[in-house]
Write a protein that binds this ligand. Structure first.
Ligand SMILES: [Cu+2]
Length: 260
């Protein structure tokens, strides 16, 4: 039997149980690496080694090897189930990608290896969903993998947003675009009226969850363009005068800067 024949003959349940556990163990290495300096790597090593050993055992496709994979999968689900939800809540957490991929991987491992162990005695070749990618088992696996890829992409986008907000958190601003500014709030730009001496730069910060602009009512005087949540924008007022401005996206949002 050539290697290619062997790969083709390997049941879906073996692929999923084995690759799932190998992933959970190997992917933990970069996540755990920062802890190495602290010396606590010793605590993490079993969490890397155990799933890798389980993943290799699962390749055997025997009843006991499915049992080992199921045991490790469930053990890790119980452990990560208490440990990872906090990480999942924050896409900017450096371990987010691991949390959002390892938990679904472990669910697949547990499901396929338990079913594999249950049917190993009679022979899993009788169960198409454990044997072939072209089955309900293969479909379920594809859905989970698709979910994980989507979650990692969305997480990376959200992480950028969180970083921007953190970077500007507490940075000084003269005028704040308040949360819910596009709705019925008394001062979408707070304060709605700001008086400064000429030669002053006025800083706006977008403290809302959506994009806004700071645009002069007199065309062309100043225009921030769309700026995202957490972002700051400033304009230098060199001449005295009354400067009314609004948001091009939400025309009811209005503010005024008086320059003396
Ligand atoms: Cu707006």
């Amino acid at each position: 039997m050539t290697l290619r024949d062997r790969l083709a003959a390997t049941p879906l349940a073996v692929w999923v149980s084995s690759l799932g556990l190998l992933y959970v163990g190997v992917a933990l290495i970069p996540v755990a690496a920062p802890f190495a300096q602290g010396g606590s790597i010793v605590v993490v090593i079993p969490f890397i080694v155990l799933p890798i050993v389980g993943g290799i055992a699962a390749l055997k496709g025997k009843r006991w090897s499915f049992g080992v994979a199921a045991g490790i999968g469930i053990l890790f689900l119980l452990f990560f189930g208490t440990y990872l939800p906090g990480t999942l809540a924050n896409p900017a957490d450096p371990s987010f990608w691991y949390a959002v991929s390892a938990l679904p991987a472990l669910l697949l491992v547990a499901g396929f290896s338990i079913l594999g162990a249950l049917h190993a005695k009679t022979g899993i070749s009788q169960k198409p969903y454990l044997m072939s990618f072209r089955s309900t088992g293969g479909l379920a696996t594809s859905i989970v993998v698709g979910f994980v890829i989507g979650a990692i992409v969305i997480g990376a986008i959200a992480a950028g947003e969180v970083q921007t907000i953190l970077a500007n958190n507490g940075a000084p601003a003269d005028i704040r675009i308040v949360p819910g500014a596009a709705g019925a709030v008394p001062q979408p730009y707070t304060p709605a009226l700001l008086t400064v001496a000429h030669g002053s730069a006025v800083v706006w910060v977008n403290g809302d969850t959506t994009t806004h602009t700071v645009t002069s009512n007199t065309t062309g005087l100043f225009d921030s363009g769309s700026f995202a949540p957490g972002v700051r924008w400033s304009h230098l007022f060199s001449q005295a005068g009354n400067y009314s401005y609004y948001c091009t996206l939400h025309a009811q949002m209005a503010g005024k800067v008086v320059v003396t």
